[in-house]
Design a protein around this ligand. Structure first.
Ligand code: PEP
Length: 250
């Protein structure tokens, strides 16, 4: 359990338009009365400027969905950590399973991305999680520990500045959710691994992600080592996202 309030982060993935974002953010912000948890939305890169301007003055922080492993230069199509910083980005997702799977991101690349974010003063949300085949083979613990170890190794004493998201791949976008007990078991493993690396492991928020929704959020968030959520589909519906932010504020 961390000393922080819960952290709820929306991941819009590759969804949105100028018009849709404006109404989603306005509907979400107007529902924030009584919300005391920390909250952020990770938007597609072209919409950072729009979201930055719409979120300024609100309690909702801005996040990005990826960052380059390189600092600057001849990397066509990439977005650097310093560019994100220009839009007051507070969080950046690194190592989402969709990027590991479709863009070949290795543990080493993910660790470098986390480093770039930290160097720019941005909190990396480091995603780890096993596939269904790995879970069925009893490999869950080995896989998530290997993924987190790479980030711990590359980031040394800064490791207490990261956020971790446990996202079982079989639960992402599938409507299948880890049970609160399954989530807690993995979160406890990750917490112990962080404790072995830093005296400040209690500062690290460990989020659960994978079909979290308005109906299941409260029971997941009730687990001692579930410090918040990383929310895909349900963050695109303002009433659902607001209701989850309220569940995280109790
Ligand atoms: C995610 O994109 O990180 C995620 C957890 O998606 P969903 O909530 O849609 O499963």
């Amino acid at each position: 359990m961390t000393m922080n309030s819960k952290l709820m982060v929306g991941n819009w993935k590759m969804n949105g338009s100028l018009a849709a974002n404006a109404s989603l953010l306005s509907d979400t912000l107007s529902g924030l009365g009584g919300v005391s948890c920390r909250a952020a939305v990770c938007v597609p890169a072209p919409y950072l400027a729009q979201a930055h301007s719409l979120l300024t003055g609100s309690s909702m922080a801005l996040g990005a969905q990826d960052v380059s492993a390189h600092e600057s230069g001849a990397y066509t199509g990439e977005v650097s950590a310093n560019m994100l910083r220009d839009f007051a980005v507070r969080y950046v997702i690194v190592g989402h399973s969709e990027r590991r799977q479709y863009h070949g991101e290795t543990d080493a690349v993910v660790a470098t991305k986390a480093q770039r974010a930290l160097a720019a003063g941005i909190t990396p949300i480091v995603c780890v999680g096993e596939s269904l085949a790995e879970r069925e083979a009893g490999q869950t613990e080995v896989v998530v520990k290997r993924q987190l170890a790479a980030v711990i190794h590359a980031n040394g004493h800064c490791i207490s500045e990261i956020v971790v998201a446990y996202e079982p791949i079989w639960a992402i976008g599938t409507g299948l959710t880890a049970t609160p007990e399954q989530a807690q078991a993995v979160h406890a493993v990750l917490r112990a691994q962080l404790q072995a690396a830093t005296a400040h492991a209690d500062r690290v928020s460990i989020l659960y992600g994978g079909s979290m929704n308005a109906a299941n959020a409260a029971s997941l968030l009730a687990q001692p080592d579930v410090d918040g959520g990383l929310i895909g589909g349900a963050s695109l519906k303002a009433p659902d996202f607001v209701s989850m932010l309220k569940a995280a504020s109790r």
